[in-house]
Write a protein that binds this ligand. Structure first.
Ligand code: F6R
Length: 627
């Protein structure tokens, strides 16, 4: 949830660290800080509440010299966002400074133990406990920093990516990880350290991904050394990044979110590439083909995910049940992992995650694995923890998603799920040739349909002005469009802070219709599908109570347009693929309402993107192989 950067080399560390923090700011942005070992060999820590720009202002008159440093941008977990709780944290004697991304689960016990030894803590964070513990161990055992970190981490329970620097030791950064990502950039006489590759890519393409419970000893003018917690040496595996710097910039758009909405025709092309043959007669995800027995014979498919990825999973449920006739259950990973679910060795579990780092989804995977299920991942971030933890999987290949609100990842996830369902359906012979070919053709045409859909931009922008001051919104859909309604509501609430609820349209009369009056905007997805007429009846029920209906309809529609206050037309696609198209106007509506309200759309309050953008050339570029 937080962002970590580090540098050691022959350049000034501060500008590199600040630029790196700005690139990682989507991971957390409530406070920021930096620790530098100065040219006078002092260990200076500067940190403050607010964004990276606030840190820059705060350090204007400070000594920011030094060619070694670590920096952090925070998303608060323990302790409110303020100057004291910001990272880096000094050790008790201010001899060490440490940054951390993750959660130390046993921090309260460790803190009590250290307090009984006479230590006084300054912050309310779990992180400060770790740096105090390292210093305590270092002094007590008279060991070097690396050994002290190893010994301390043996006592730590939880998730961490940490980096530590030591006063009087301007030639070394010690870094370690467990369940939080950490990547080391290997340059010419210099090393970089970051939560993901985005701060590194402009300096070097060579990276080493640290694995769980590994410690990197990053020393000036020496080869990178990696050891595990028991001091066994691990050979660093240098990988090449396949990340393009322009993917990390706004490219002329005012916000990453708008850029990512507009990128979708291209990202869908990347998502589909290599998975459908040129003739358009065959679709196959290689990860599914490699494991086709498992899918073909699955007694059940369980899909685990969170947030937007969970909405994609609900569409996946429709797709797989409709086309493959395999029972599907969709679970919030955060619920699944804490209950006592029945998981059978004949189950296939699909985990969906843009970042590939969501802790609940990872834990759900581990639980299902322990019960013998086969685990398939659908991720965006190549080499991410979930991609590595699953037995096999498919990448969605939509490129780095930097805006905190997920857009292109959602459409990529649904597109992969549709290709996955078609691959399995073919293997199981549960689909007619006609339907199979028709859906393949329509998937191939999706990028073009997306382009046409984006033409609604001006209409949606104008429309948004009428609804900027609404306090509530309702989103309705049925069948495949119900999860699209949930996703539309989530987009609006997370970036505009307007309360919005998604419902299956027919559920309205079972309670929520009481909310309808002439002040309630209702966004209804009413495209022509198998339950179109039923959706029209639901819209009529809303209109009869004077609700204001904005309908997303299929181009040329007249029936809904005669009833609704406003209609946004989208191109005709079959109902299985409709959510991919219908989500575009909903993304734009949320974006423009948030802009009208003056919200920070790329960095909405209280949110952070867990991780994106670890892109390297994987051995199997289309689908990742069994681990
Ligand atoms: C909403 C959003 C979140 C994520 C959720 C899961 O726009 O981005 O709801 O979808 O936090 O994240 P991933 O997909 O990275 O596991």
């Amino acid at each position: 949830m937080c962002g970590i950067v580090g540098y050691i080399g022959d350049k000034d560390a501060f500008p590199i660290l600040i630029k790196g923090l700005s690139r990682l700011e989507y991971r957390g942005y409530d406070s920021a800080g930096v620790a530098l070992i100065s040219s006078k060999n002092e260990l200076n820590v500067y940190k403050c509440k607010g964004k990276v720009a606030d840190l820059q202002r705060f350090t204007e008159s400070k000594d920011v010299s030094g060619t070694i440093g670590i920096a952090h941008t925070r998303w608060a977990t323990h302790g409110e966002p303020n100057d004291v709780n910001a990272h880096p944290h000094y050790s008790s004697s201010e001899h060490l400074a440490l940054i951390h991304n993750g959660i130390i689960e046993n921090y309260a016990v460790l803190r009590k133990q250290l307090e009984s030894e006479g230590y006084h803590f300054r912050s309310s964070t779990d992180t400060e406990v770790v740096v105090f513990l390292i210093e305590y161990i270092q002094k007590k055992n008279n060991v070097d920093l690396c050994t002290a970190v190893q010994l301390a981490l043996h006592q730590v329970v939880g998730a961490y990516a940490i980096a530590v620097v030591e006063k009087g030791n301007p030639d070394c950064i010690i870094a370690a990880r467990k369940s939080s990502p950490l990547v080391i950039g290997v340059g010419e006489n210099e090393f970089f350290l970051a939560s993901d590759a985005t701060p590194i890519v402009e300096y070097t393409q060579n990276v080493v991904y640290l694995n769980d419970e590994e410690i990197a000893v990053i020393e000036r003018n020496k080869p990178l050394r990696i050891v595990d917690l028991n001091n066994v040496t691990v050979t660093p595996e240098v990988k090449k990044l396949a990340l393009n710097l322009s993917q990390l910039e706004k490219g002329g758009y005012p916000h990453f979110m708008l850029k990512e909405i507009y990128e979708q025709p291209e990202t869908l092309k990347d998502c589909i590439r290599g998975r459908i043959n040129v003739e358009g007669t065959h679709v196959a995800l290689s990860g599914v083909i490699d494991n086709c027995e498992k899918f073909a014979n699955a007694s059940r498919i369980i899909i685990v995910a969170c947030g937007t990825s969970w909405h994609a999973a609900l569409i996946g449920e429709h797709l797989i049940e409709d086309l493959c006739r395999i029972p599907v259950e969709v679970e919030y990973a955060s619920e699944f992992r804490y209950r006592h679910p029945v998981i059978l060795p004949t189950d296939v579990v699909i985990a969906i995650s843009q970042s590939g780092e969501t802790a609940d989804t990872l834990a759900a995977i581990e639980l299902a694995k322990s019960k013998g299920a086969f685990i398939y991942g659908i991720c965006n971030v190549i080499g991410s923890s979930i991609a590595r933890a699953t037995h096999s999987g498919s990448y969605i290949h939509v490129g780095p998603e930097i805006g905190v609100a997920s857009t292109k990842a959602f459409t990529g996830q649904v597109t992969v799920l549709s290709m996955l369902a078609l691959t399995i359906a073919k293997v199981r012979n549960t689909i007619t040739e006609e339907k199979y070919l028709s859906l393949i053709k329509q998937i191939q045409e999706l990028p073009e349909r997306m382009k046409e859909t984006l033409k609604c931009n001006e209409q949606v922008k104008d429309l948004s002005k009428m609804f900027t001051y609404a306090n509530n919104f309702i989103y309705l859909g049925r069948g495949y469009n119900y999860p699209a309604a949930l996703e539309g509501a989530l987009k609006l609430k997370e970036i505009s802070y307007i309360h919005a609820e998604g419902y299956p349209a027919a559920e309205m009369k079972h309670g929520p219709i009481a909310l309808i009056d002439n002040e309630m905007p209702v966004v209804a997805i009413a495209t022509t599908d198998s339950i179109y007429e039923k959706t029209i009846s639901n819209i009529q029920e809303i209109k009869a109570r004077k609700g204001r209906v904005i309908a997303v309809v299929t181009e040329g529609d007249t029936k809904v347009c005669n009833i609704a206050d406003t209609c946004i037309e989208v191109p005709k696609v079959s109902e299985e693929l409709c959510p991919i198209i219908a989500s575009i106007p909903l993304q734009l509506l949320a974006y423009y309402i948030a802009i009208n309200k003056g919200r920070d759309v790329d960095q909405p309050r209280n949110l952070a993107k867990s991780v994106t953008c670890l892109l390297y050339t994987s051995p199997s570029p289309r689908d990742y192989a069994a681990s």
